[in-house]
Ligand binder design. Structure first.
Ligand SMILES: C[S@@+](CC[C@H](N)C(=O)[O-])C[C@H]1O[C@@H](n2cnc3c(N)ncnc32)[C@H](O)[C@@H]1O
Length: 222
């Protein structure tokens, strides 16, 4: 079954501020200064478009394909992008990312708090498919929740399972645990370039890169 984020699209931003204050935005925007040389971006599940507007404004050479399953999220994104005067550089796709037929090649992929909506099987399939559309040296930016090691793991586990329970109730999301997305990205031939943590490791921003010389996936998923 597909999750229905339409139900929470409008209050999403305020629910986020109420639960995490500015921290998710800090995490989402953290890599922007590193992305000013990107030209073609694939942005999956950006929600209401707060990141995409920043990306397009900070990088006038960039055009983007924005994919989201929720028509309401995509409408909010489109309004926000139009208001910023950069809609002509965005193509919108209201489709399940797992079935999206990639129309071109990309030097940047962005997934903020999106990979956690997918199962490992979905992730391996998606990363493998996207891999075939990456230009040499392409980067993939990830924002995600994570479970740190040590004493911080207990509150982190509680917060993450509460979030999954809330999303299950509000959107019908069936995923119940954080997937091991690094394994899927590594299988697709990407290497982790950098990781930054906030809130004791509960939030991470990562940047991954496809090695220019790496023309085939590092290993295949069974
Ligand atoms: C948890 S929200 C994250 C929104 C935003 N990226 C952020 O940083 O808060 C997940 C977003 O991904 C979209 N989404 C979830 N599953 C999807 C799928 N299978 N295909 C496309 N979009 C999906 C939802 O509609 C929503 O906009």
């Amino acid at each position: 079954m597909r999750p229905d984020f339409d139900r929470i699209a409008r209050p999403y931003r305020w629910l986020e501020y109420l639960s995490f204050g500015p921290m998710l935005e800090r995490c989402r925007f953290y890599r922007l200064p590193e992305l000013t040389d990107a030209r073609r971006a694939l942005v999956l599940g950006d929600g209401d478009g707060r990141f995409l507007v920043r990306l397009l404004k900070s990088n006038p050479q960039l055009s983007a394909d924005a994919v989201d399953l929720s028509p309401t999220m995509l409408r909010l994104l489109s309004n926000r992008v139009a208001l910023a005067g950069v809609l002509d550089r965005v193509t919108l796709y209201c489709v399940d990312a797992r079935e999206f037929i990639l129309p071109g090649s990309y030097d940047l992929v962005v997934t903020h708090f999106f990979l956690d909506c997918l199962t490992m099987e979905d992730l391996h399939a998606l990363a493998g498919r996207i891999r075939g559309h990456l230009t040499p040296g392409a980067r993939w930016v990830v924002s995600e929740f994570a479970i740190p090691s040590g004493v911080a793991s207990l509150p982190a586990r509680f917060i993450v399972s509460t979030l999954y329970a809330a999303f299950a109730l509000l959107t019908g999301l069936e995923t119940r645990r954080l997937p091991d997305y690094p394994a899927a990205l590594r299988s697709a031939g990407l290497l982790l370039l950098g990781r930054h943590r906030w809130l004791g490791g509960l939030l991470v921003s990562e940047i991954w890169k496809l090695e220019a010389t790496n023309s085939a996936p590092a290993s295949s998923h069974p």
